[in-house]
Design a protein around this ligand. Structure first.
Ligand SMILES: *Cc1c(COP(=O)(O)O)cnc(C)c1O
Length: 419
């Protein structure tokens, strides 16, 4: 009886998800690659887009195209309304306190650069910035640039062999010199889910701000900005079923008010004279120039798409895929999984003894399988594990256990050919 009861939520959730129906919503999954059905397992690079998202782009250009926040003509007002509705939708989706705390950007990379560049003006020589060994290059390089400019120091939280952050070491790095901690929520290479809430709380005890790189978290798990109490959060639409070239920076009002603008230009000003320019209120102070209007509107459609399935269901289903893939992959002799964190999202990196990852990648591409091979924009992780790269399979809501079986057979074939 107890067993049955504990199974109940599982079965209700799974009954709600009809994966073959979900797959029908993604036109690209119907195509073939090298005469094989496409098997797309590179979702951590970018996810595929459902037809509703694709259609919203066309619909916008066909019916509403106009610049936003500028004209008093009907089209411009309609486009502005649709654009601003997405800001509110994102505020609600991520539970930000105010809609004006959501800044539209080109994506995670630009969001991090915005904060790094603006924050650098608050830094002095000897101030410290903490990042981690798990970071994507886009959460490393902008801070190195800041350090060059300001003579601030970069400190790095080390990891263990499972690919988890060493929190005791993090606490040792914190001091009154720490001004900002920039940390990823989920590792795009190892799948590690970092205890960001705890990390944020510790940083706040020293008065430091915390930026979270959430590019790899928002497609897989529920994220609540106020609950995390993060000062900044960055993510991209394109890894969460939305279009490329659009993303957000969330910033607490108090920080966004304090930071100087990043780009100067149209739409971010109150008054311009050659003597002095005053800046527009939030969020426009950080949104110079014409934004990716169609992209933002399609991002809103992607958010609706996710919420219709629900992130709880997505997390649950992807977790099943991850567990299944881990088990099946470990049956392959000579295969080693890199990253065995206790808390992991649907990303799995592995190597095969004596065989170069990219050789495997090329062979399985011939079989229609898309995985990523190499360093995944995280060279310091490769340095830690002393490897040249990994093969990475990353899952989305449309992947299936059958696809994982196909992957395993393909890998066995490739290994035979290359041994
Ligand atoms: C993809 C990714 C980025 C970069 O995102 P862009 O959309 O390319 O700007 C940064 N950090 C992590 C963890 C990522 O997965």
């Amino acid at each position: 009886m107890i067993g049955l009861v504990s199974l109940l939520p599982t079965t209700t959730i799974l009954r709600m998800l009809n994966i073959s129906k979900i797959r029908e919503g993604f036109p690209i999954l119907q195509r073939t690659v090298n005469n094989k059905p496409l098997l797309y397992l590179d979702n951590a690079s970018t996810s595929q887009k459902p037809l509703v998202v694709i259609n919203s782009l066309v619909k916008y250009y066909k019916n509403y195209n106009a610049n936003v926040h500028r004209g008093i003509h009907t089209l411009s007002q309609e486009a502005t309304d649709m654009f601003e509705e997405v800001r509110t939708k994102l505020q609600q989706h991520f539970n930000a306190k105010h809609a004006h705390e959501i800044i539209f950007t080109r994506g995670t990379t630009e969001s991090i650069n915005l904060v790094a560049s603006s924050f650098s003006q608050l830094l002095n020589k000897g101030d410290e910035i903490i990042i981690s060994q798990l970071e994507h290059h886009s959460n490393i390089v902008p801070w190195q640039l800041v350090c060059e400019k300001t003579a601030a120091k970069l400190k790095v939280i080390p990891i263990n062999d499972k690919g988890e952050l060493l929190l005791e070491e993090y606490e040792k790095l914190l001091s009154s010199k720490t001004k900002i901690v920039a940390i990823n929520h989920v590792s795009n290479t190892l799948g590690t889910i970092n205890p960001v809430k705890n990390i944020i709380e510790k940083a706040h005890q020293y008065g430091a701000a915390v930026l979270v790189d959430g590019a790899q978290a928002t497609p897989h798990i529920e994220v609540d900005f106020q609950d995390l109490d993060c000062d900044f959060y960055c993510t991209s639409a394109h890894k969460m079923y939305g279009p490329t070239g659009v993303g957000i920076l969330y910033g607490k009002e108090k920080w966004l008010t304090k930071l100087p603008p990043y780009h100067g230009g149209g739409e971010m000003i109150k008054e311009v004279t050659f003597e002095k320019t005053t800046y527009a209120d939030l969020p426009y102070k950080f949104e110079a120039g014409t934004p990716n209007i169609a992209g933002v509107i399609a991002y809103g459609v992607a958010i609706d798409y996710i919420n219709k399935i629900s992130l709880k269901n997505i997390t649950f289903y992807e977790n099943e895929l991850l567990e299944y893939a881990t088990k099946q992959l470990l049956n392959i002799p000579k295969l080693k999984i890199i990253g065995n964190a206790t808390q992991k999202a649907a990303v799995i990196s592995f190597i095969i003894d004596g065989i170069h990852s990219s050789d495997i990648g090329s062979i399985i591409d011939k079989l229609g399988i898309a995985v990523r091979t190499g360093q995944h924009c995280t060279q310091p992780i490769m340095q830690y594990f002393n490897i040249s790269g990994t093969i990475r399979a990353s899952f989305a809501i449309y992947n299936t256990k059958e696809e994982i079986d196909v992957l395993v057979i393909a890998l066995q074939k490739a290994i035979l050919m290359l041994s």
